[in-house]
Design a protein around this ligand. Structure first.
Ligand code: ZN
Length: 131
């Protein structure tokens, strides 16, 4: 079986997976992420044993490794424009175009998820209704 790092769903081995950094992304999450600007939450410490970093972040004079938490949100450009300042929006848009995602601190992503309308993963939505 293959697992999607982002939604936790398992898939048969033959399923084509998509990469976000070195992390497996399932076709459903990939479709959602492609629809807009995708923000992936990170912490500066691994979230489980032997976790590999998704990226190195340089922020001012600080340099650290970022470990994804599996939390993500995908916003339309219109929503992202409301969330961020113009300058940040331009940077985020560019980073999203080149990498397919943008890393942001995990506590911020939880706040954004609760505040702004996101592009939903249709599969995880139906899972929620059943639960
Ligand atoms: Zn997934």
């Amino acid at each position: 079986m293959k697992y999607c790092f982002f939604c936790g769903e398992s898939y048969p081995d033959k399923t084509e997976m998509f990469a976000r950094g070195t992390y497996n992304c399932c076709p459903n999450c990939n479709n959602t992420m492609k629809k807009g600007i995708t923000l992936i939450g990170y912490t500066e410490k691994p979230t489980f044993e032997n976790q590999g970093p998704i990226s190195k972040i340089v922020s001012g004079d600080r340099e650290f490794l970022a470990y994804p938490t599996s939390e993500y949100v995908t916003f339309s450009e219109d929503v992202a424009k409301n969330v961020f300042t113009d300058e940040m929006f331009e940077n985020i848009k560019k980073a999203n175009e080149s990498n397919g995602f943008v890393l942001i601190p995990d506590e911020r992503i939880r706040e954004l998820k609760n505040t702004y309308k996101q592009i939903k993963n249709p599969k995880s939505e139906s899972d929620k209704q059943e639960a």
